[in-house]
Design a protein around this ligand. Sequence first.
Ligand code: ATP
Ligand code: MG
Length: 275
Amino acid sequence: MRTDPALLEVELSGLRRGFVRPDGAPVQVLDGLDLVIAPGEFHAILGYSGCGKTTLLRLIAGLDRPDGGRVTFRPAPPGGAWPRLGMVFQEHLLLPWASVAENLRLALRRFRLSRPEEDRRIAAVLALVGLDDCARLRPGQLSGGMAQRVALARALMREPELLLMDEPLGALDALTRRQMQDEIARLRGRVAPTTVLVTHDFAEAVRLADRVSVLAGGRIAASVLVRSPPGGPPLGPDVAGRIEALVLESLARATRGAAPPPARTLSEQIGEPER
Ligand SMILES: Nc1ncnc2c1ncn2[C@@H]1O[C@H](COP(=O)(O)OP(=O)(O)OP(=O)(O)O)[C@@H](O)[C@H]1O
Ligand SMILES: [Mg+2]
């Protein structure tokens, strides 16, 4: 895998996106959202169901356009193009009739690589997710956790500058989910593009992310540093408990319609924890 990308910063400024429900009622999902995702950061977005997490991820991916505001990447990809993306969803979305290897090969279709180069990349990502022996299996022959690992491998095939994951572990049982969190954390030691993870699982966000942001009321209600430097241990022994209290308070404020406090770092909000 590539190890020296110019890591990407993502700046979201004033993002607005609304929809009209089938009954004609308008719904303003994102309402002037500002957020900076630092280069190489693993950034978790946490929020209640329906708060707009997938809407936000689709805007970052360029799959949808905002009604207002903008998504800016630094360094800017040449020619105004979108950065190279890897995406993982709640469902693995593998083609059932194709082998694992052929599913992964499909991700490279537009790249026009030689067959040996494709084979090399397929073998490399399968080794990375610990599925060396599974290239010839079909999705129906995989467990749920294995299938999600293939989905993760597929997202890494293009050596993404930006990895976007929307509830990637949401369909798994609790034990497998925990195991996959460890897997993602381990993988992070080897491949670490700027990453956005959407989840509603508080513990998962804190376990994996360098920073956790809370989406509520169409904006970022709190943005909390969990690890610094990225990939390091959590800031202090009880950081999870203290962040949880802060996040719940932010959600409660947003639900009451109170203005969110300005997004600040954990150390500014609740004191730099003892190391
Ligand atoms: N294309 C669309 N047309 C109409 N309404 C939409 C559209 N996409 C999203 N919405 C509405 O926007 C709101 C936010 O949806 P979104 O899928 O972003 O939520 P979410 O936070 O990802 O929820 P979940 O955790 O359940 O996945 C919902 O009320 C949804 O019905
Ligand atoms: Mg969603």
